[in-house]
Design a binder for this molecule. Structure first.
Ligand code: KG4
Ligand code: ZN
Length: 360
């Protein structure tokens, strides 16, 4: 049994959680505190990195204190301290990782520097104890990937976006249509009462033999359609949102069918199709995931929405998974703005060598 504190500060959510990992099966979330910075960034229509980093500094110690209190644990009772060491907005990553290092140093606990994408990838094991290998569909504000999850620290990318991430496309669509930030939930809400058939939008990459995504053509087509009918009425906005969401749903279905085929050819049948990332909170996307899983006879695992968006529990869990295998990190571990999932092995990319001191 491992009890790990997880810290998440890579974007605009300050998160801390305590998670318990038994020898086998799913984990137990003892606490999971997430403070969203939406209000700090809303006026700017997107995340402002400097504001995000400062907000993490202000909130993180209180959030960690609260996570321990809710879990009924003291620092001394923890087996490890995990923090997201990237990829993400570097200022925020520095805040979380440095805080974790300080706790690890003072409490003499192992530090685990977790890749944020790996944490999304392993969430299905926290919630459902999903065995390896499985096929991951990761769709967030910064990433859109189909990944073969073969083991802890063992990931092979099957498909990725060649331009925008799906969440980013939702956010840009919302901005274009004058909806608030973050865009995904707003677009989903408007789409629910819109007529998807009124505008004809492209499905980029549809039918291609690889499993890559492209979103920028869809975004441009949407802008052109919106310009044609401007000034936009409420009905126009709803119909445009519905048409956009339907196009995304269709291309997700097509790309996943192809991705699953590639998975089976390379690794055999996956134990499950697993969704992760903020976009997996979208009901229309969740429905199409069910359809694709059903068609292909694959089990579907979609963690609850609050564990699909950024949170500390997924970092704690990934930390516990690594700790159980003895993968810990040293206090000279560096934060990473970029850190692709398929480059992870047992530990983060090597830190730049420390400059030799005179006389060394
Ligand atoms: O994983 P996440 O919380 O943060 C990272 O990007 O790592 O994902 C946030 C993204 C945003 O782009 C947001 O607009 C999108 O997920 N999102 C949604 C929904 N909820 C969040 N997109 C579509 N529909 C939603 N309901
Ligand atoms: Zn994320």
């Amino acid at each position: 049994m491992m009890v790990v504190l997880g810290i998440e500060t890579t974007c605009d959510e300050t998160g801390a959680a305590v998670v318990e990992r038994p020898e086998t099966g799913p984990g137990r979330i003892l606490s999971n505190i997430v403070l969203s910075q939406i209000n700090e960034h809303a006026a700017f229509g997107g995340v402002v990195p400097e504001i995000a980093a400062r907000a993490h500094v202000e909130a993180l110690d209180l959030i960690i204190g609260r996570a321990l209190l809710d879990a009924g644990k003291s620092f001394g009772e923890l087996d490890g301290i995990a923090a997201a060491a990237g990829p993400g907005l570097i200022g925020g990553v520095i805040v979380g990782l440095t805080t974790a290092k300080a706790i690890a140093l003072v409490c003499e606990k192992p530090l685990i520097a977790v890749n944020h994408l790996e944490a999304h990838a392993l969430t299905a094991r926290l919630t459902d104890g999903t065995p390896f290998p499985y096929c991951l569909f990761l769709a967030s504000g910064g990433h859109t990937q189909i990944v073969a999850v073969l083991g802890v620290g063992d990931y092979a990318r099957i498909g990725t976006t060649v331009d925008d991430a799906i969440g980013e496309a939702f956010d840009k669509t919302a901005k274009l249509l004058g909806l608030g930030y973050p865009g995904g939930p707003q677009v989903e809400k408007e789409a629910a009462s819109g007529n998807a058939g009124r505008f004809v939008l492209p499905r980029p990459m549809h039918g291609r033999p690889h499993a890559d995504f492209s979103l920028s053509g869809l975004k441009t087509a949407l802008r052109l359609e919106a310009e044609k009918v401007a000034p936009l009425s409420d009905t126009d906005v709803r119909d445009l949102c519905a048409a956009f969401q339907q196009a995304v749903v269709d291309l997700v279905a097509d790309r996943l069918r192809t991705g699953l085929k590639i998975f089976v050819e390379s690794y055999g049948k996956p134990a499950a199709l697993v969704a992760a990332g903020g976009v997996a909170a979208n009901e229309a996307i969740r429905r199409v995931l069910h359809r694709v899983a059903f068609e292909t006879g694959t089990m579907l695992v979609v963690p609850p929405a609050e564990l699909c968006t950024d949170n500390g529990a997924m970092i704690a869990w990934a930390g516990a998974e690594r700790l159980a295998l003895g993968f810990t990190d040293t206090l000279d571990t560096v934060p990473h703005a970029r850190w692709p999932l398929d480059t992870i092995k047992r530990s983060p990319p090597a830190a730049k060598p420390v400059m030799a001191r005179k006389g060394d």
